[in-house]
Design a protein around this ligand. Structure first.
Ligand SMILES: Nc1ncnc2c1ncn2[C@@H]1O[C@H](COP(=O)(O)OP(=O)(O)OP(=O)(O)O)[C@@H](O)[C@H]1O
Ligand SMILES: Nc1ccn([C@@H]2O[C@H](COP(=O)(O)O)[C@@H](O)[C@H]2O)c(=O)n1
Length: 198
């Protein structure tokens, strides 16, 4: 029986860091679903065709983590046909044994509505901007504008908008160091995982 963990949240909230740590701790597969949208936006041309024909090479591009790639991703992510083209792959990934962790914006609401654990990882706008600025060597004020624009687009789109699933546990990492946030998240998952062990 597989075990799906859905981790959603706004940009630079720390969901990828937490998702990776959970996958290592439990020996689960991990998919950063934002990469699918980043690679689709970075291809240029018709975004629907790009989403339908993504390759491993597209996902390995070295320029996908930039702020520019993030903005392009959030524009193509608002197109329903792009989301539809990426849906099956994500659902099949989530069904793998022994378990899978997916992080994104619509994992708990659309991709894995029956996930065993749903986390919504968040942090204040200022904290997120400072973390992302430190990561990219960029100006925090510019990062703040970039994150807020992206969050607004992601939250206001008609299809699969960013929002916590009704049954998600909200984890605010504003005041938590990485190891504290990871420990909390692993604890939440472990409570459910232990109940499933024979
Ligand atoms: N609790 C924390 N304390 C300090 N820094 C953190 C914390 N969590 C994550 N970070 C750092 O903040 C940055 C953003 O984290 P991460 O990439 O995990 O966010 P994300 O939500 O996956 O972002 P995106 O949505 O853009 O993919 C990284 O540089 C990461 O090392
Ligand atoms: N499940 C998802 C994941 C991502 N997106 C869109 O992609 C953008 C980039 O995502 P990152 O996690 O790498 O920051 C993001 O701003 C969303 O527009 C999505 O829609 N659904």
């Amino acid at each position: 029986m597989s075990f799906a963990i859905a981790i959603d949240g706004p940009a630079a909230s720390g969901k990828g860091t937490i998702a990776r740590a959970i996958s290592v701790h439990f020996g689960f597969h991990h998919l950063d679903t934002g990469l699918l949208y980043r690679a689709t936006g970075a291809r240029g041309g018709d975004p629907v065709q790009a989403a339908q024909s993504l390759t491993a090479e597209d996902l390995a591009r070295s320029d996908l983590r930039s702020a520019q790639a993030g903005q392009a991703a959030s524009r193509v992510a608002a197109i329903p046909e792009v989301r539809a083209a990426l849906l099956d792959f994500q659902r099949r990934f989530a069904a793998q044994e022994p378990g899978a962790v997916l992080d994104g914006r619509d994992i708990g609401t659309v991709i894995c509505p029956d996930a065993e654990v749903k986390l919504y990882v968040t942090a204040s706008d200022q904290v997120r901007a400072h973390r992302r600025a430190a990561e990219l060597g960029a100006d925090p004020a510019q990062m703040l504008r970039e994150l807020q624009e992206r969050d607004r687009r992601d939250s206001e789109r008609a299809t699969a908008p960013l929002r916590p699933a009704d049954d998600a546990v909200v984890l605010d990492t504003s005041e938590l160091a990485i190891d504290q946030a990871v420990t909390r998240a692993i604890g939440i998952v472990d409570q459910v995982w232990q109940r499933r062990l024979p």
